[in-house]
Design a protein around this ligand. Structure first.
Ligand code: SAM
Length: 263
């Protein structure tokens, strides 16, 4: 399961299913919801229950005291990760109405929800209508306006299904893919970088000229090689750690814009 998926606190209802509408309220730059979350709230204390591991108690306490989790629940986002994409887009301005987006590692669907809003995939804001297709190993509930497939992105047959659903070039490839952590830092780093590398290669195949690639990176040493390739293929390559990304996490994101086709 994705660590960012907000579990509703006891007694609180689940986020609305199928959220991903286009209310346009409370957003940065009027692009949709999200990306303005205050850290100020009263701390919730969690008693250690018999039978619950200390690590689970710590996880629960962190979830209950995380303003992004609360806000994700309030706005109907499937994950607190939704705010990471919203914050990255508020800063780098890559999601625009009418664009065609691929979301790799989409479950439970937070990034797809933000993408649907910001590219106007539902077409309910007037103007250009975008498209969002995504894939994940996990089964996902539908997100209105997105075409989400279940499958392994490292499996050729699954990628073929993704390409069929996309039915043409993409303007942006997003990758928030993360393998299950093993607790062994070097192994976790290599696994996530392997996914990122596959995502970059896929982006080079499907991106339209001037397209963009946004991908999750984990600090650990092998990222430099990848950066060299990205700098060759894109006009600008920047790194950012959005405020919604926990300080304790080694993740950051690479934002590569202005794709030039590999010759
Ligand atoms: C951090 S979560 C993504 C959260 C998502 N961006 C959101 O906003 O809800 C990482 C996801 O990557 C997926 N993943 C990992 N390896 C994958 C693979 N080989 N193919 C497809 N999805 C994969 C995991 O199943 C997990 O759901």
């Amino acid at each position: 399961m994705c660590a960012d998926k907000p579990k509703p606190p006891p007694g609180q209802r689940r986020p609305r299913e199928g959220a991903g509408g286009t209310s346009g309220k409370g957003s940065g730059k009027g692009k949709g919801r999200g990306a303005r979350v205050s850290g100020r709230q009263l701390a919730t204390r969690v008693k250690t229950a018999r039978g619950r591991k200390t690590s689970s108690t710590r996880w629960l306490k962190r979830q209950l005291n995380d303003p992004y989790v609360t806000e994700a629940g309030r706005l109907g986002y499937r994950s607190r990760a939704a705010f990471k994409l919203a914050e990255l887009d508020d800063r780098f301005n890559f999601l625009k109405p009418g664009l065609r987006i691929v979301d790799l590692g989409a479950a439970p669907g937070g990034w797809s929800q933000v993408a649907v809003e910001r590219v106007n995939a539902l077409g309910d804001r007037g103007g250009k209508v975008g498209r969002v297709v995504g894939i994940d190993l996990q089964e996902m509930e539908t997100v209105a306006g997105a075409d989400l497939l279940q499958g392994d992105f490292l499996d050729e047959a699954a990628v073929a299904r993704l390409l069929t659903a996309l039915d043409g070039p993409a303007d942006i490839v997003l990758s928030d893919m993360a393998a299950q952590t093993t607790g062994h830092t070097a192994t976790d780093h290599l696994r996530i970088m392997g996914l990122l590398e596959a995502a970059v290669d896929f982006a080079a195949e499907v991106l339209a000229p001037s397209g963009a690639f946004i991908g999750k990176v984990l600090k650990g040493g092998t990222e430099n090689q990848l950066l060299i390739g990205l700098k060759r293929d894109f006009r600008t390559v920047r790194h950012a750690k959005p405020p919604a990304s926990r300080d304790s996490s080694a993740e950051s994101y690479v934002i590569a814009q202005g794709f030039r086709r590999r010759s």
